[in-house]
Design a protein. Structure first.
Length: 486
């Protein structure tokens, strides 16, 4: 059955391949078919040109279908419809304000909430064309539209980008919030829900509402169109008297994006962050049990020393700049979060940071002025701090280790890299270091600090011409200096 519309003749069966993708339908300036030129407006004096009413008609707005039509005018539904109307698609815009609105809804009413919005297949119908159909064909078309509408609502959650926040309360209750957004792989639309495992107390509802702005900021930062950033302070500052922990997971249905997947786990012994995207993969876990109460100045100095190491490794390994910044941001935010509830103490010789494990890696590239890749390769970096004993009267040991592996090739003159020509410059980096700080107890309550350093830095640069190595520069192995966080 064919539906006649102002854009062209399409069938309901073609909905998923054409209309399901959320788009603003705008007429093309001109389309040439054979020797005839179709234009949105007629060209005076040109006998082979005429105005096509299908193209000159104003584009129809995309209407909304609602799983709960009675709620279509509430705050959350209005946000869903407004976010979908944006012209530039990115997850930050599609989820704008929704997470916070759901948390406030639960806090205000104590009730769960569900809503689904989908693009309406009937938006493409031409009322005039439908009116000219026979009653039998109109009835058949109405059945087809109803089936397509039901499928559109049912399929929003399939092949969708998702975000899920789970709160674990000290009482044993849980709160689960879900967002799903589909660009149109199966059906274009948005689906949201929030529910609690049992009725919440007034104090619990206040704590849930306190995370609203933090969740919105976190999703907005992750879902930006040009880079994935971390803004986790509003979530990591949760009320620990009421909330035992939280988990936030985000997955994009589209590959090759700045954000492909993200995980934040907080509240256990080792809060952690994972971020994966086109710039690479970054992981960090912090041992909250080893967090110590120290001055902000001492902690800041220790953090700066670690961030300096991360930046130097990123530069030496030619990691993508966004990946290095994500690693730095995660370190600052998680270390700050665990320090806020720290009560333990540690000898000044061990510095002010909680133990941690960090890594980043993936493909790397650099572009030239023309926008093509002049360099490409792989990088992998690991950084770890472990502490045994607190450094008190019994002494203790702290180990700080890092390793960097990088292999990349570059165009010899800065043009586009094409390894198949056999002309390129290959660089290999192999760095490793381990610095151990030993605190030994001495008579009279005194301590002796001893540091042991082991490792080296290696860099080999080989020039290839016609697929043969013609020159090689091998930097002398460099001993590793004991540069530890203060």
């Amino acid at each position: 059955m064919t539906v006649i519309s102002s854009t062209a003749g399409i069938t309901i069966g073609q909905w998923q391949s054409f209309a399901a993708v959320d788009r603003t339908v705008t007429p093309a300036a001109a389309v040439r078919v054979g020797s005839t030129r179709f234009a949105a407006s007629g060209a005076a004096g040109a006998s082979d040109t005429y105005a096509d009413p299908r193209l000159s008609a104003a584009p129809r707005a995309m209407n909304s279908l609602w799983a709960a039509p009675e709620r279509s005018g509430d705050t959350i539904s209005r946000l869903m419809a407004g976010n979908r109307s944006t012209r530039v698609y990115n997850l930050g815009e599609q989820w704008r304000g929704l997470g916070g609105a759901l948390l406030r809804q639960l806090a205000a009413t104590g009730q769960g909430y569900q809503q689904t919005r989908a693009n309406d297949p009937a938006s493409f119908d031409d009322p005039g064309a439908l009116a000219r159909l026979s009653p039998e064909m109109r009835a058949q078309h109405a059945d087809e539209v109803a089936s397509a509408q039901a499928a559109a609502l049912a399929d929003v959650g399939k092949e969708a980008s998702t975000a899920e926040l789970q709160l674990r309360l000290q009482s044993g209750r849980t709160v689960t919030l879900r967002l799903a957004d589909s660009l149109g792989f199966s059906s274009a639309g948005t689906q949201v829900s929030i529910e609690a495992s049992a009725p919440l107390s007034a104090q619990e509802r206040d704590a849930v509402q306190g995370l609203a702005d933090g969740l919105d900021r976190a999703l907005a930062a992750l879902g930006q169109p040009d880079v994935a950033e971390l803004d986790l302070g509003g979530l990591l500052g949760y009320d620990r008297q009421v909330i035992a922990g939280l988990d936030l997971t985000v997955n994009s249905a589209m590959q090759g994006q700045f954000l492909e997947s993200f995980e934040l786990h907080a509240g256990g012994e080792k809060p952690s962050v994972l971020l994966r995207g086109v710039d690479g993969e970054m992981r960090l876990s912090v041992d909250a049990r080893t967090a110590v109460a120290t001055s902000p100045a001492a902690r800041g100095e220790a953090l700066q020393a670690v961030l300096k190491r991360v930046g130097a490794a990123g530069e030496r390994g030619q990691a993508n700049a966004a990946l290095v910044e994500q690693m730095k941001s995660a370190l600052v935010q998680l270390q700050t979060a665990v320090a806020g509830s720290a009560t333990g103490s540690r000898s000044a010789g061990f510095g002010g940071l909680a133990d941690f494990e960090a890594s980043f890696g993936g493909q790397t590239w650099r572009t030239n002025a023309g926008g093509t890749h002049r360099q490409g390769g792989q990088v992998a970096y690991q950084l770890r701090q472990t502490t045994e004993g607190g450094g008190g009267v019994a002494g203790g040991r702290q180990t700080f280790s890092e390793s960097l592996t990088a292999d990349f090739k570059a165009s010899p003159r800065g043009g586009m890299l094409d390894v198949s020509t056999g002309h390129y410059i290959a660089t290999q980096v192999r760095d490793r270091s381990t610095v151990t700080t030993l605190l030994e107890a001495l008579p009279g309550g005194r301590q002796r600090v001893r540091r042991e350093t082991e490792g080296e830095q290696s860099r080999v640069v080989t020039t290839y011409e016609g697929g043969r190595a013609v020159r090689q520069r091998r930097d002398p192995p460099q001993p590793v200096a004991a540069r530890l966080p203060g």
